[in-house]
Design a protein around this ligand. Structure first.
Ligand SMILES: CC1=C(CCC(=O)O)c2cc3nc(cc4[nH]c(cc5[nH]c(cc1n2)c(C)c5CCC(=O)O)c(CCC(=O)O)c4C)C(CCC(=O)O)=C3C
Ligand SMILES: [Fe+2]
Length: 375
């Protein structure tokens, strides 16, 4: 219908993120929020607290989300898309429940969510859906109208997410000493998760060795590596490696860790390494500490030249991709069949997480999926 805005039936977009401390006094309460009921050893928490104190107790993530919000609003305005954009976090202010309450009070009834995690996994998808369900339950408990909330499909393979990472990889290669550059290896990194969580990531039919989490990352790696080869004319050898492991040592998590990987390729005679943090949407603490501080120190100790590629952050191409994804999903909801952009071999991801997608160890209500208790 021509009198409908192009984002109909949606009336608002919600940027849903992790949240982070904004000063030294925030660090401990933030970590308590993150780890509530998750069984992370005390020693690991003390250590992670130190990472934040090293940066004045300030995580870069909130500033980066503010920049992304600004980029989204600028892109929407420039393209005549009148869709208000809100921001709420899992672990720090602005808290998701407060944001959703504000959205409900402003009259929003069909909310589309952009989570700052591009891939399938319990931590990157279902846990956000559980947070949405908790927030909606709180609104219902307060007698407020409960908006219907959907979530955008995984965007790991969207050109607007991939292309900035290709540029960033080429730029990082150019930062290596000239004689090292043509022989450099690419180490694509993402957050390690328990292997049991990886194996059950994504829809049930893909469960098994690494699940959708590893399959989606490998798809991205192959796409970026091929594009870098085209741009530089060099076939850089690559690996998918992991970082930021927590949890008890006896529980298996995805390996190898980036630091062990650097040692290993150094031993095998590698000339240099570009670290490409494909698992993260912005240069937040996992990137600034685990890669720029820890892994970079390890490389210096080895005498191995390294460079680190930037993340997508508030790149205008990513903001445009979000707009395309919003319009695509809106059209699908209206019963149309829009073009669904995706690079790589896997094709566009599902719009609606099916029952059994990225199951939790202890089942809990999750919104914005086929098993949502909310309409
Ligand atoms: C897959 C994944 C992403 C990527 C997808 C996404 O972006 O969502 C991610 C992002 C992030 N993780 C972050 C911080 C933390 N994650 C922790 C703990 C954990 N992460 C896990 C997984 C992931 N995490 C897991 C399986 C745990 C174990 C405990 C549990 O099962 O929950 C802990 C506890 C201490 C520790 O052990 O490190 C902290 C402090 C920050 C904020 C950074 C900042 O402040 O700038 C961000 C963006
Ligand atoms: Fe994490």
């Amino acid at each position: 219908m021509s009198d409908q805005p192009p984002s109909a039936p949606y009336d608002a977009l919600l940027l849903l993120s992790f949240g982070g401390p904004e000063g030294p006094d925030d660090v401990v309460p933030f970590l308590e929020n993150v780890t509530r009921g998750r069984g992370i050893p005390r020693e690991r928490l003390k250590e992670v607290g130190q990472h934040y104190f090293l940066f004045g107790g300030v995580s870069p993530i909130n500033e980066q989300n503010r920049a992304l919000l600004a980029a989204l609003r600028a892109d929407f305005a420039a393209n005549g898309l009148e869709l208000p954009v809100y921001w709420g976090n899992r672990n720090w202010a602005p808290y998701l429940t407060d944001t959703l309450r504000e959205m409900a009070a402003a009259g929003h009834r069909r909310v589309l969510t952009l989570a700052t995690s591009a891939y399938a996994s319990y931590s990157g998808c279902r846990q956000y859906r559980e947070n949405l369900a908790d927030a909606l339950a709180a609104l219902a408990g307060e007698g407020l109208p409960v908006p219907r909330v959907d979530k955008l499909r995984h965007y790991f393979n969207h050109p607007g997410f991939i292309e900035p990472m290709v540029d960033a990889t080429v730029t990082a290669l150019s930062e290596l000493p000239e004689e090292v550059r043509p022989k450099a290896r690419l180490a694509f990194t993402t957050h390690s998760i328990p292997t049991a969580a990886a194996d059950t990531s994504g829809p049930a039919e893909g469960h098994g060795d690494g699940g959708a989490y590893v399959a989606q990352h490998l798809d991205v790696v192959r796409t970026i590596a091929a594009a870098v080869r085209e741009r530089t004319g060099v076939d850089h050898p690559w690996d998918l490696v992991y970082q930021s492991r927590s949890g008890a040592p006896h529980i298996p998590w995805l390996e190898p860790d980036i630091c062990d990987h650097l040692e290993e390729v150094h031993r095998a005679g590698a000339a240099g390494v570009v670290m490409v943090p494909i698992g993260f949407v912005s240069d937040h603490m996992e990137v600034r500490y685990d890669l720029d501080t820890e892994a970079t120190a390890k490389a210096a100790e080895l005498g191995l030249p390294v460079a680190r590629a930037g993340t997508v952050g508030a790149d205008p191409r990513f903001a445009a991709a979000v707009r395309e994804l919003v319009l695509e999903r809106a059209a699908t909801e209206r019963g149309e069949r829009p073009v669904r952009c995706a690079l790589g071999a896997l094709g566009p991801s599902h719009d609606l997480c099916p029952v059994g997608c990225c199951p939790a160890r202890t089942p809990r209500p999750a919104a914005a999926g086929a098993d949502s208790p909310y309409a």
